[in-house]
Structure formats: C-alpha cells, structure tokens
Design a protein around this ligand. Structure first.
Ligand SMILES: [Zn+2]
Length: 276
C-alpha cells in the first residue's frame, strides 16, 4: 500500500512540475512576444456594400436618455466603407432637453487616400452625417495639409464629441451642437513620426494652420477657435449647425508669436541720432 501510494504521489508531483514548467515557459514566450490586440471591428468592406454592418453595440443610457435599436444601417452608414473610415453603428440616443442623435456612429479612424489609418482618439460619437463630413475633411484637406510638416498624418485628438450640454457648458444655455452629435472639438494632430501639433499652438506653422482654417470654414457651418468667444482658446470647434439664413460662422484667430509680442513703435523722424 505504502510504496504504491508514494508511487502515485510521485507521479502526481511530476505532472504538476511539468505543468508549472510549461506555464513558466509560456509566460516567458508571452513576455517576449506580447499577444497582439484584437483587430478593430470592421465596418462594411468597400467592395461588398450589401454585407450588413454589425448589430449596433448596446448603449447604456445615461439618466434621462432612451436608446433604441435602429431598423438597419442608414444610407450614410452604407457610404462609410472601410476604405474611407472605421465606424461602429450605435443605438439611437434620445436624451433629455432636446439632446440626442438619430443616426449615431462611433468613428475610430479615417483612412486617407494613401491608405494610411488616421486614428481618432478617443473615438468620436457623432451623427453619421457629421462623421462623414469630418472624414471627408480629414481625407481631402487635413491629411495633405498636415503632411507638409514632414510626415503623414497619423492621428487626430478628439477633445469632445457627443455630450448633452448647453453651449460652452453654460447651464441653461441653448443646447450645443455637441448635444446633437453634430460637433467635434479638435485639440491636435499627430503625425506618423509621433510628433503632435496643437491647432492653437502659436509655435506651430502658421501657414499650415491658416490652410486648416480655410478648409474647415469651407466645409463646416461653424468654426470656433481662439478669439471667438473665450471658450475656444485651446482647441477648435467645428459643427454643421443649420441656420435658416444659411449664415456661417468662421472665427478662429490663427496666431503666431508676432501677434502676442507688440512690435516696437516706429522711430520718430525728428528723433536724435542713435549712439554709435
Ligand atoms: Zn465644441
């Protein structure tokens, strides 16, 4: 009995030792070759427009919000194929005080015409048509303009997208276009070489930022930056607000250092000659 017991016990210990050794080896291999992150969830492949989008991710409603599953992908979502952007459809959001989005998507990346993936960080929750306008701007204007800085565009920093709030976060103010998923605040651009450029940084190329402003004002009905209303000194807001008169707002003072340091006054003609 006793020798048999020890034999069985010994065999069990050997198996246990083998398992521990295998785990240690596996751990070492994992440390050397980290497990890659799962690929991004894809939207519609470009060549197969009939393949349906994945079911919208269930949205956890905030207090006062109601979310409903849409009947199917909208025409806008069908246009946003994977060769243009990576989107994820969301449930319709009906918020309090007139907030909400009828056709919301989460935009996580834009694909440039050179097939470079431009990450939107964090991913932006927007009305699909706003996501499409932003995508077109990034693909057709922002990427080529940013590339003049020396490397392809790699990322866009999203400062704020959908948020149920009053304009400029003022309580009781008219609902901001952010509350309709119709606006995004952009902080900076990052190039593929890792360098970041804030849109309101006076040391960043002024001609480049002037081009960004001109292109934004041509596409969006509202563009607000520094010197607009005091709430946009460190980012740029763009939206697609609809106004009866077709009125557009383009207020972004693109400044550089010369705008902040006053030039010396011109020397009066009758001033005494300078000391040598
Ligand atoms: Zn904004």
């Amino acid at each position: 009995m006793i020798p048999g017991y020890f034999l069985r016990r010994g065999a069990e210990l050997a198996v246990l030792a083998a398992i521990v050794a295998a785990c240690l080896l596996d751990g070492a291999a994992q440390a050397k070759d980290p497990v890659p992150l799962p690929p991004l969830r894809r939207s519609i492949p470009a060549a197969s427009p009939i393949i349906p989008l994945p079911r919208p991710r269930p949205t956890i409603p905030l207090p006062g919000e109601v979310v409903t599953e849409p009947a199917g992908p909208s025409e806008c979502q069908l246009r946003m194929t994977t060769d243009i952007a990576l989107i994820e459809p969301l449930h319709h959001i009906t918020g309090a005080n007139g907030c909400g989005i009828e056709d919301p998507v989460r935009l996580s990346a834009v694909m440039t015409k050179d097939k470079v993936r431009v990450a939107i960080t964090p991913a932006a929750t927007l009305r699909c048509t706003m996501a499409e306008a932003l995508t077109n701007w990034i693909r057709e204007d922002v990427a080529p303009i940013a590339a003049t800085l020396g490397a392809p565009l790699g990322g866009v920093a999203n400062f704020d997208s959908y948020e149920c709030r009053g304009r400029n976060r003022v309580f009781g103010a008219k609902i901001s276009e952010h509350g309709k998923g119709n606006a995004i605040d952009i902080k900076s651009l990052t190039l593929a070489n890792g360098r970041s450029y804030e849109l309101t940084d006076i040391t960043v190329s002024k001609p480049m930022r002037e081009q960004l402003k001109a292109s934004a004002c041509a596409r969006f009905t509202t563009v607000l930056g520094p010197a607009s209303d005091g709430f946009h000194e460190n980012h740029v807001h763009v939206d697609l607000a609809e106004r009866h008169s077709g009125y557009r707002i383009c207020q972004w003072a693109v400044r550089d250092a010369s705008d902040l340091i006053p030039l010396p006054r011109e020397r009066p003609a009758d001033a005494p000659p300078r000391e040598p």
